[in-house]
Design a protein around this ligand. Structure first.
Ligand code: AHR
Length: 519
């Protein structure tokens, strides 16, 4: 599916009055969508809505894990308020234990009686002592409680082939073997099913500063011994490029493509014009952040084109296993803990990124936002027993209607949001049809000043009824706090109606809207 994006009003007019009202609306936002409701062959993999959680700051400890003796309600040490909240978003997959931490993590330190587990220094993240109380059993228990798929990232940078191979055996082997027996001694009789195994993380950087040629060889060595035992079929994910490093993708596809199921990509869209705390925003920062968020489309296209050359049938998935905004830490917090607030701007970052992943559903089969709790672009922030949901959380919950739905091809003619000599489209969207035949359209109005009028032609279906939900807020920096946890939350959206050919809607300034159309 090729999404055609026509972003300039001049071009829209040149198209010969497809949308005549554009002619008198040069100063407002006029936007036309065409959704091919009778088409759609790609499935939007639910794993596009995946998460990443690292032993970093307060993501695992305090975020997920409070320990069985905590006064905070928990099941076997895992806090239940966050489990319930994440289940509402239908969290599909969780990547762990890193990140940079993965390439210095030795999994055998995290099994057995907690009081006997050795400690280590978390050198990347604040130099704090890691007590290893949250290890393999606890992570897989967490995934069972969340009802999501685990995705384990192995240690290539400082680990051995044997160590990774034994981890797979420990977790997934059903028969009699040294590792399976050790697992049973540690209280788990049945093996777990773990499909997704990452072979290293950022091995071009914190995972060993390797060249792509060297890593491709290391990947083949390590991946050879990541075995499928019994009916557990492993899915091997190679470390992918940093942002625009297409040479990394080229070398990995050329030298190791035949031996991988997925190739990762990491892209952080930073902060505003300069890196500042999340809530310090002027309009230049707003524009700059969203422009950088939209850049992921070019990255997916550029890396995807190289993957197409070696894998035209698209058997190898692009796995965007770290993405999101990266602001300065909240003042007064540990700089190594990457704790940041989360505003309506971050909700727009999530909205456009997820729309772009949806649109590339033919290649992008998983994405994992960084990181679930208390770190970077989090879903959830905690303060001891208190927990709040961020604007980004609400986008994941609203967009969950796209999970495993058929992507509907669409064309967008968006007016421009101008900032000096630069411009980005006001409107960004994606559409899908679910198993019951309902059509969902997720729309972002990136403009913080003006509403966006949208007229949609629904080809091949009649819109009989329409309803929607909206996430918006009064200020650029609107966010939720422990004192005011519901400042930014979804509301019913009424500014939409069906028409003879589809529907119209008025998106408020700085909003994310999800519409449900029943044919
Ligand atoms: O998510 C924080 C860090 O960003 C991860 O540990 C690393 O993989 C990336 O550079």
């Amino acid at each position: 599916m090729k999404l055609q994006r026509i972003q300039s009003l001049a071009l829209l007019v040149a198209l010969g009055g497809i949308f005549p009202s554009a002619l008198h609306a040069a100063e407002s936002t006029v936007n036309k969508l065409v959704i091919h409701a009778d088409q759609g062959k790609e499935t939007i993999d639910r794993n596009i809505y995946g998460h990443f959680s690292e032993h970093l700051g307060r993501c695992i400890y305090e975020g997920f894990w409070v320990g069985a003796n905590s006064e905070i309600k928990n099941v076997r040490g895992i806090r239940q308020d966050v489990v319930a909240a994440l289940k509402k978003t239908k969290i599909p997959v969780l990547r762990w234990p890193g990140g940079c931490f993965a390439d210095e993590y030795h999994w055998k330190d995290g099994i057995g009686k907690p009081s006997k587990r050795p400690t280590m220094i978390n050198t990347h993240w604040g130099g704090v002592t890691e007590n290893n109380h949250f290890g393999t059993h606890e992570f897989l228990d967490l995934c069972e409680q969340l009802e999501c798929e685990p995705y384990i990232c192995g240690n290539v940078g400082s680990g051995t082939v044997q160590e990774l191979s034994q981890w797979v055996e420990y977790v997934t082997f059903d028969g009699v073997s040294p590792m399976a027996d050790l697992r049973r001694q540690n209280g788990r009789k049945e093996p777990w099913r773990v499909k997704y195994w990452g072979v290293g993380n950022e091995n071009w950087g914190c995972g060993g500063h390797m060249t792509p040629e060297f890593y491709a060889d290391q990947y083949k060595r390590f991946a050879t011994y990541v075995r499928s035992y019994g009916s557990n079929r492993v899915y091997k994910i190679a470390c992918g490029a940093n942002t625009g490093d297409t040479n990394w993708t080229e070398v990995l596809m050329r030298d190791a493509g035949k031996r991988m199921n997925g190739l990762a990509l990491h892209y952080y869209c930073g902060s505003g014009k300069t890196r500042k705390p999340a809530t310090e925003i002027n309009e230049e920062d707003w524009f700059s952040q969203l422009k950088k968020a939209l850049h992921i489309e070019e990255l997916v296209a550029a890396h995807g084109a190289i993957m197409d050359k070696y894998d035209p049938k698209k058997n190898i998935a692009m796995i965007v296993d770290e993405w999101g905004a990266w602001h300065s830490v909240e003042p007064g917090t540990n700089p190594g803990f990457l704790y940041q607030q989360n505003t309506i701007r971050d909700a727009l970052v999530a909205g456009v990124s997820l729309n772009i992943f949806n649109q590339h559903a033919d290649r992008v089969k998983m994405a994992n936002i960084a990181q679930t709790i208390n770190v970077l672009q989090a879903m959830i922030l905690t303060d001891k027993a208190k927990m709040i949901l961020t604007p980004t959380y609400h986008v994941f919950e609203m967009y969950s209607v796209h999970h495993d739905a058929k992507l509907l091809p669409a064309e967008v003619q968006s007016s421009d949001y101008l900032m000096g000599a630069e411009k980005i489209p006001n409107v960004n969207m994606s559409a899908s049809r679910d198993a019951e035949g309902r059509i969902h359209v997720s729309l972002c109005n990136l403009n913080p000043n003006q509403p966006a009028e949208v007229a949609c032609e629904l080809q091949g279906a009649k819109a009989n009824s329409i309803k929607g939900r909206v996430l918006t807020a009064p200020e650029l920096a609107s966010h939720n706090t422990f004192e005011q946890p519901d400042s930014v939350k979804p509301a019913e959206f009424k500014a939409c109606q069906t028409t003879a050919s589809g529907f119209t809607a008025t998106l408020p300034a700085k909003s994310v809207v999800v519409l449900e159309i029943s044919p």
